[in-house]
Design a binder for this molecule. Sequence first.
Ligand SMILES: Nc1ncnc2c1ncn2[C@@H]1O[C@H](COP(=O)(O)OP(=O)(O)OP(=O)(O)O)[C@@H](O)[C@H]1O
Length: 312
Amino acid sequence: MSILEEAPPMTEAIMARGVARAFGSVKAVQNATLSVQAGKVTALIGPNGCGKTTLMLMLAGLLKPDAGEIRVAGADPRTDSAAVRAAIGWMPDQLGSWDNLTCLQTLTLVGRAYRIPQAEARAKGLALLHRVHLDEFADRPTRVLSRGQKQRLSLARALVNDPSVLLLDEPANGLDPRSRVELREFVREIAAEGAAVLVSSHVLAELDEMVDDAVFMSKGSTLGDDAAAMVAHARTRYRVWALDEVKLREALTGGNVPFEEAEGGVIVSIADQTEAAYALAWLVGQGVQVHRFGPAGSALEQTYMAMDEERR
Ligand SMILES: Nc1ncnc2c1ncn2[C@@H]1O[C@H](COP(=O)(O)OP(=O)(O)OP(=O)(O)O)[C@@H](O)[C@H]1O
C-alpha cells in the first residue's frame, strides 16, 4: 500500500471514531464518534456521567483511549501528544491554579511552558487578562479570585498559545449573566478567527445561540445523525401568538396550514427564515394581529428532552 493510500483524508480539526475508555468496570466512553470543523463551534451535550469530560480528556491527549482513533489538528494524541498540546487550548471544568502566583505570573508561566520568550509571554498575559476583564487582578494572587473570575482566568490560560482547537468543559459554570453573554461572544469571535471549538455545557438555551453543530452523548456513546436530524427538526418549529387566538386558528385552518396547539398560541412548521418572513406577512395580511412570532424554544433543549436520558 502506498503512503497516499494509507493516509486517511482528514480535513477536520477534531476527529474521533469509535473511541472507548473504561475505568475498571466503568465504561466511561463506549463508542464516541464526532468531527469538528475549523471555524465552527460544536456543542457536546449529554446528562451527568455520560462521558463528556472523559472524551475531552482523550481529545486533549491527557488520557489514553482503550480503542478507537483520534486526530486533533491532524495529529494522533496517542503517538504525537506534543503536537496536540501545541495546537489545543484546554479549559477544564475546574481550574487547578497555583494559589500563590498572581494572575499575570500564571499566564506568563504558561506562555513560557509553550517556549514563548519571557517579555512576549508577559505582554500576551496582560492582553489576555484585559480580554477577560481581569486587568485589575494582574498582580493579585489567584487564590483571591471568585469562582467566576477563576473561570475567566482559565479561559485566558487556554488561549495563551493561540490554539487552533479549543476544548471548553462547562465554561459557563459560575459565571454571572454578563460574563456568560461575553463568553458566548468571545467563543464566536475565536471561531470566526478560524479555531475549531468543542464546548460542553448543561445550559442548553445558551449553547443554542453559540454553536453551529451539536453532538449528543448518552451512556458513553455519541448519538450520531438521528440526534442531528432531531435538532434540525426542532429548529423548524415556530410559535405564533396573536391577540385574537380564534382568528389565528381560523386563518391557519382556512389556509390549510397544519398547526399544533401550544400554551398561549400555536406551533407551525417553517423551513427557514425566508419562509418565516413570508408566513408572518401572510398572517398579518389575513388580518391576524400577531404580537409574537419566533422559534419555539431551544432546539437543543427539545432534542435533549426527547433523548433517552440516563444519569450516572
Ligand atoms: N478517573 C475515574 N475513575 C473512575 N471512574 C471515572 C473516572 N472518571 C470518570 N469516571 C466515571 O466515568 C463516567 C463518565 O464520567 P465523565 O466525568 O466523563 O462524565 P460527564 O459527562 O463529564 O459528566 P458531568 O456532566 O457530570 O460533568 C462516570 O460514571 C464517572 O463516574
